[in-house]
Design a protein around this ligand. Structure first.
Ligand SMILES: Cc1cc2nc3c(=O)[nH]c(=O)nc-3n(C[C@H](O)[C@H](O)[C@H](O)COP(=O)(O)O)c2cc1C
Length: 309
């Protein structure tokens, strides 16, 4: 069964517990070793094709998280993953060692998504290896789509002991105020999420599914069951909802129903069947009816064939 998760940072379970309970897994916002106030406002801006954020990993730090937040999240009775971040392998390991003691946590997501490191495969490898030594819980490495070779980093994470991949995080973007033409975000650039990320996330999932045997949580602009099915067909085992939750907090149940309907409409017995085909574990499907574009909730972008100049 394809599980529906929230993308880290896109849902406050304590503010809207009913939304957290509508998911198969609730993933926390990234927690770091020390508290972080985050970036100055403005931290969110709407873009033409998505949204920009520069929250700056605002969080209470691992000690306050475990002391004040975790017991309240545990009381919600949700399946829980905790997202962990840090600025060194030791920082990640420190958080993982603390979380390891808590049976309520099913898995840990390692936010290994900084695109600015010079040796991303080595960096991911040392972070995952340090986290692996600190906990026996399943570890999902969350990667940036801006990596020059995401498959090399996925393989490095796998060899270092990751149990899964979360694909993908945001891409750097910029939005200018229409009047002043100045950046809207206080940090100027921020992470682009939402519809613009869909083909990027699909490409990352597709490439990593071929390069690695790890299960993949696919995310990036998922708004409908069709979008979720595309990620599954590209190789994702599970799907996470991020930006869509700001506009439609009830999206999980809708996407779950649509996903099932979309798979059956194409002749798949279930989404698992679509996943098996994506991994070459089942024979090609007999027919492939392609629904009208409206089913994707998209306006046709190319009304005519592109002209080659
Ligand atoms: C407001 C906001 C906060 C986010 N915070 C985090 C975070 O703390 N940790 C993390 O790994 N990803 C974070 N993300 C990235 C999302 O988890 C997700 O990878 C990304 O938004 C792509 O999915 P989407 O297009 O469905 O939103 C954040 C995204 C948004 C929009």
């Amino acid at each position: 069964m394809t599980r529906i998760l929230n993308a880290s940072g896109c849902l406050d379970a304590l503010a809207v517990p009913e939304v957290a309970r509508s998911l198969d897994v609730f993933v926390t916002k990234t927690v770091t070793p020390l508290p972080r106030a985050g970036n100055d406002p403005v931290r969110i801006a709407e873009a033409d094709v998505g949204m920009l954020n520069s929250i700056g990993l605002a969080n209470p730090g691992i000690d306050a998280f475990v002391r004040d937040h975790l017991p309240r999240i545990e009381a919600l009775g949700v399946v829980l993953w905790v997202s962990v971040g840090g600025f060194s392998a030791e920082g990640f390991a420190h958080c993982c060692a603390i979380l390891d003691a808590h049976a309520s946590i099913e898995a840990i997501e390692l936010n290994v998504s900084c695109p600015n490191v010079t040796a991303p495969a080595d960096e991911a490898s040392s972070i995952v290896a340090a986290a692996r030594a600190a906990t026996s819980k399943p570890l999902y490495a969350k990667l940036s789509p801006a990596l020059p070779d995401i498959t090399a980093v996925a393989r490095a994470a796998e060899h270092a002991g990751a149990d899964g991949l979360s694909l993908t995080n945001t891409l750097r973007g910029l939005v200018l105020d229409r009047g002043t033409l100045e950046p809207i975000l206080a940090t100027a650039t921020g992470g682009l999420s939402g519809p613009a990320l869909r083909p990027v996330a699909l490409a990352a999932v597709y490439a990593c599914a071929q390069a690695s045997d790890l299960p993949i949580v696919g995310m990036g602009g998922v708004e409908t069951g069709e979008h979720a099915l595309a990620l599954v067909a590209a190789g994702a085992s599970d799907v996470a909802l991020g930006t869509v939750l700001f506009a439609d907090p009830a999206a999980a149940e809708r996407v779950r129903v649509e996903l099932d309907a979309s798979a059956r409409r194409r002749g798949f017995a279930s989404t698992d069947d679509a996943f098996r085909r994506a991994h070459g574990l089942a024979s090609p499907r007999p027919n492939a009816p392609v629904g009208p574009q409206e089913e994707h909730g998209l306006l046709p972008i190319m009304a005519t064939e592109p002209v080659s100049l």
